[in-house]
Design a protein. Sequence first.
Length: 264
Amino acid sequence: MTPEQSTPERLGIAGSGAIACGLARVAVASEPGVETVVWARSDASAERAGARIEGGATVTTNLEDLAGCTVVVEAVAEDTAIKSDLLARLGGLLGEDALIASTTSSLSVAELAAASGRPDRFGALHVFNPVEKMALVELAFPDAASESARARLVALCEVLGKTAVEVADSPGFVVNRLLFPYLFDAVRLKDSQGLSAEAVDTCMKLGAGHPMGPLALLDFVGLDVSVAIGESIEVEVPETVRELVAAGRLGRKAGAGFYDYSDR
């Protein structure tokens, strides 16, 4: 909380995927717990989200149930058109002092802020998956963001037990800008040397101390999401990754990517 914000934030999360549900779990488990409302697009999505969050948050399919929230975090697909449409709806729905944030990892914060209709009360709040384990939040703001909005989002990160680092509004911010060239290089090395995914990942885990190998990490992120990030930061995407996406092998969420997860 800041001097301008004397009462706890009421958090809304617009989305019901892994990041949205992870953020909700962290919010309700924080001390003190953050009152949280999660919006899902469909009854089926709401049911899945409720099971993943396991209580503590209100899950709804009515966007208007977010109207009383003081901060709403948009956490839908990494697509400018999809995000912009939802942000515009939120901008017209929320109270005058409410903030809007986006979990974007690669899109223009200034463009999303403009779509929301309240660029002075907007920021990117890029949390990492799995949200419970990853301490970093990359915060990026449009030039018009007020000092109060900036301070409130930093304070929210602190309540959530996260370390906020303010970064520039540049595609990929810091982590993805540095990470994805490495991940894609690992794919090209595997292909050019005829290595297995296991061989590359074992080398990087045991030789470089990485908790997860690059190919397993691509599967974890989602190969379709990885393609979108690569294109947004203008990094060449290996043809192997595109072929896997075309074959429906999107990674862990699809049961197969570089690895087969059917028996895991």
